[in-house]
Design a protein around this ligand. Structure first.
Ligand code: SF4
Length: 351
């Protein structure tokens, strides 16, 4: 077993790439991502067991612990039927508690997801926000990233997730933190090792080697990028599966072909593992010409497929646990109207 690090990766990631390369170029430097090339070259090796992971976490994994059962949730029951709906909370559109309550009373979702400072643009603490939302009796999934939190901070966030009974946590490496605001990046861990850390903490074992009682735990979700080549992406997600991920949320897809790439990635994945987990497919609404321009800049494929056509393709995907809806607007009234439109379309296809 070896441990790999490449000097040309600005996040100094261990054992594999982040999900942020655009057209195979690094999101930070604009140069070809060295990790993608490496994974292309070693695809014939078993990427899931080839590498040593974070040394401290591997040591802690030897501490005996019991396997804590996941918390029962309505969201997970819907995922098992392939009919779950999650929505990304409109953090850029809300200004106060009244508006937060308005979003909850006027929308209908099995799970509310809370992003963690996307593109390095500061919003709210995702775990603090999720803790507040729990008082409304809804199911929540904060996103946690390693971009601006070190091992100690991530441990505290994951303990918070246990204490306040979150249904799911989404763990991802994260964008470069200073894309919007100059700030020093952290990247103590990557997504696979964050998943490893979460499974340890959710079983009651801390990186300090202390143990604590956990009755039931949140589910652990990771991200999948269908815009990477399936051969590369399959190796990335194989590492996450080995680490203990139970569900994937995809990067936004805007065409039927991108939905087909999810399937291709899972076919490729069979070379590495037989573990199968469901996928929540992320869709943006609306997909206007302006949005398409933005998506293309992010190396996300666009075309002429309608929202409904992409939805039909998702419905036919046998690994789909449902749809993760992201509605784009900074104005709450506009956001709510768009949400209603998208919800009707989803209900029509998934009835
Ligand atoms: S795209 Fe991600 S993995 Fe690749 S070099 Fe840049 S930061 Fe590193």
């Amino acid at each position: 077993m070896i441990r790999l690090r490449v000097s040309r990766c600005p996040k100094a990631l261990l054992n594999g790439p982040c999900g942020g390369a655009f057209n195979e170029k690094c999101e930070v430097t604009g140069n070809p991502c060295p990790w993608l090339k490496i994974l292309e070259g070693i695809h014939y090796l078993d990427g899931a067991t080839f590498f040593n992971e974070h040394p401290l976490l591997m040591e802690i994994e030897k501490i005996p612990s019991r396997e804590v059962k996941p918390k029962h949730s309505n969201f997970w029951s819907r995922v098992e039927k392939g009919k779950a709906l999650s929505i990304e909370f409109p953090i850029a559109a809300i200004r106060n508690e009244v508006e937060i309550a308005e979003v909850i009373t006027k929308t209908n979702s099995n799970l509310y997801t809370i992003p963690d400072n996307p593109l390095g643009c500061p919003h709210f603490s995702s775990t603090a926000f999720a803790t507040y939302l729990k008082h409304f009796g809804i199911e929540v999934m904060p996103h946690l990233t390693a971009k601006d939190k070190n091992l100690a901070a991530l441990t505290a966030e994951l303990k918070t997730a246990v204490l306040f009974n979150f249904e799911v946590v989404l763990l991802t490496t994260g964008d470069w933190p200073s894309l919007t605001l100059p700030s020093r990046p952290v990247f103590d861990l990557d997504s696979a090792n964050m998943i490893r850390l979460a499974r340890l903490i959710f079983n009651g074992v801390l990186p300090t080697k202390e143990t604590f009682e956990v009755e039931e735990r949140p589910r652990v979700a990771g991200t999948l990028n269908p815009h990477y080549r399936p051969r590369v992406e399959a190796q990335r997600i194989a590492r996450k599966l080995t680490a203990g991920v139970e569900l994937f949320f995809t990067q936004v897809v805007a065409t039927k072909q991108s939905v087909a790439r999810i399937k291709e990635t899972f076919i490729e994945l069979k070379k590495y593992t037989n573990v199968e987990v469901p996928v929540m497919v992320s869709l943006l609404y609306p997909i206007s010409d302006n949005i398409k321009l933005l998506l293309r800049k992010m190396a996300i494929q666009t075309g002429n497929d309608t929202f409904e056509e992409v939805l039909e393709e998702v419905k036919a995907l046998d690994i789909a646990g449902g749809v993760n809806l992201i509605v784009l607007s900074r104005n709450l009234d506009v956001w709510l109207n768009l949400w209603r439109e998208a919800y009707e379309k989803i209900r029509e296809v998934f009835k």
